[in-house]
Ligand binder design. Structure first.
Ligand code: MTE
Ligand code: CO
Length: 437
């Protein structure tokens, strides 16, 4: 963060702190049984915003024949959904080939991220690999070093699982204070898809593990040769070698023709364009687990191997890119919650900056190490709100505040920021990223 930006966000926070104190009781009443009474108001609002002629006059799409079945051999979203795109932050990286873009969380509902909107993080651009030319090797401390073609892989039993993938750097730019205006940018380094893949344990068994085989080193076929050390227990527990996402072949951006799936653990370990797994007896301490993906603490020491992505949530609407544009009355607050340690048990939502909490409605389906969708239906009185969500996972872990995180880890961190996010919803419905303390 530049000094100018820091100043701006600090003074914004100071002003908000004052504002919160001055405004006394903030916000709205939480609707419990009162939803029906406010639905009339919502309906009349809908009538006002749609001119009568949309009902009475015949429209073009009613009159003229549309495209035929030959127009879209591979379907695409409606032309009116052009805003639902991945976006990047210009100042974040020097070159798009070693960069990141963000999932437009504010435009999505449910729990599955459409394949074309999954954020991308590449260290050496997108490798375009023909499946016919792809080879995957297991070597090192095994009885039989093996090389698999894609056809070989297809002969192993496979399964389907929904998992989130979150980059350890997600929300990293927010560590020192509110900075980026939109959940796409603050939280969009996460996606959640259904993978089809082969259990890594099947393939390791096929190769035959030696008794001192304790660690794995997966390696990517892209020019970054991404490598990370993974302990054997995790590999044998739930890791997959995925060939499909959301029912179709992996997208090139996501590692076509195969990627490693390391459920609940930081995205960096999910090696894309997977070409090799070396089996060893100790960790390798590669670049991505020494100079990167370690958390620098106040005393100059760094946390090593912080693999698990801990419990986290964010309100996706309303949010800065999804303001309230229908005025007071019935309002759906919604967001996402996830934990790398299991299922989400509960999500609480506050509209007054964390003073009072109401348990949100956790929607189905609920899968372990997957994103969950929550809703809170309120009757908004049109007063400003300081919206927050706080997730609790099935092991009882509670999402911390940002100040609790800073107290534990200091100010130098980037990675593993799972602190509670605050959105300031103004009475005109516009929304801004803020922090209150
Ligand atoms: N694998 C390879 N081969 N090359 C890469 O650059 N990036 C890693 C990981 N696997 C990377 C990789 C990082 S840091 C993350 S967060 C995830 O892939 C991102 O996965 P995605 O692009 O599917 O979102
Ligand atoms: Co990453």
């Amino acid at each position: 963060m530049t000094d100018g930006k820091k100043q701006a966000s600090l003074s914004r926070r100071a002003a908000l702190k004052k504002g919160l104190l001055a405004s006394g009781s903030v916000g709205a009443s939480i609707a419990t049984g009162s939803l029906l009474s406010s639905s009339a108001q919502a309906a009349s609002h809908a009538t006002q915003s749609q001119p009568e002629k949309l009902i009475t006059e015949v429209q073009d799409w009613n009159k003229y024949l549309g495209d035929g079945v030959d127009a879209r051999p591979y379907g695409r979203p409606s032309q009116f959904e052009g805003d639902a795109v991945r976006r990047s932050v210009a100042w974040l990286t020097a070159d798009p080939k070693s960069s990141v873009n963000f999932t437009p969380l504010h435009k999505l509902d449910g729990i599955i991220t459409p394949s074309g909107l999954c954020f991308e993080r590449h260290h050496g651009g997108i490798a375009e690999i023909s499946p016919d030319d792809h080879r995957f090797m297991i070597n090192g401390l095994v009885d039989n070093p093996l090389v698999f073609t894609m056809q070989d892989l297809a002969r192993f039993p496979r399964e389907n699982r929904v998992y989130f993938l979150e980059c350890a750097a997600n929300s990293g730019m927010e560590w020192r204070g509110a900075q980026l205006n939109g959940c796409q940018f603050t939280h969009g380094m996460v996606h959640n898809v259904m993978y089809t893949g082969v259990r890594l344990s099947h393939l390791l068994k096929e190769a035959g593990l030696k008794s001192n085989a304790k660690w794995l080193l997966p390696e990517g076929a892209d020019p970054s040769h991404m490598t990370r050390s993974i302990p054997m227990e995790k590999a044998l527990d739930d890791c997959l070698i995925a060939t499909h996402m959301n029912g179709e072949a992996l997208r090139p951006e996501q590692g076509y023709p195969m990627r490693l799936v390391v459920p609940g653990w930081e995205g960096n370990m999910w090696v894309k364009w997977l070409r090799r797994i070396e089996v060893g007896d100790k960790p390798w301490h590669q670049r991505e687990e020494t100079s990167k993906y370690t958390d620098l603490l106040e005393d100059g020491l760094a946390r090593r191997f912080t693999w698990e992505m801990e419990v986290k949530s964010v309100v996706t609407s309303p949010s800065p890119q999804a303001p309230v544009n229908h005025g007071r009355g019935q309002l759906v607050i919604t967001g996402l919650a996830w934990s790398g340690l299991g299922k989400i048990k509960r999500v609480d939502v506050s509209i007054d900056g964390g003073r009072n909490w109401t348990t949100a409605r956790l929607d189905e389906p609920s899968f372990s190490k997957s994103v969950h969708r929550f809703y809170l239906d309120i009757n908004w009185d049109g007063k400003e709100m300081f919206l927050q969500s706080r997730a609790i996972d099935e092991l009882g872990h509670v999402q911390p505040t940002k100040n609790q995180l800073r107290a534990a880890r200091g100010l130098n961190s980037i990675y593993h920021n799972n602190g509670i996010q605050t959105w300031h919803v103004r009475n005109d419905g516009s929304v801004e990223n803020v922090e209150i303390s």
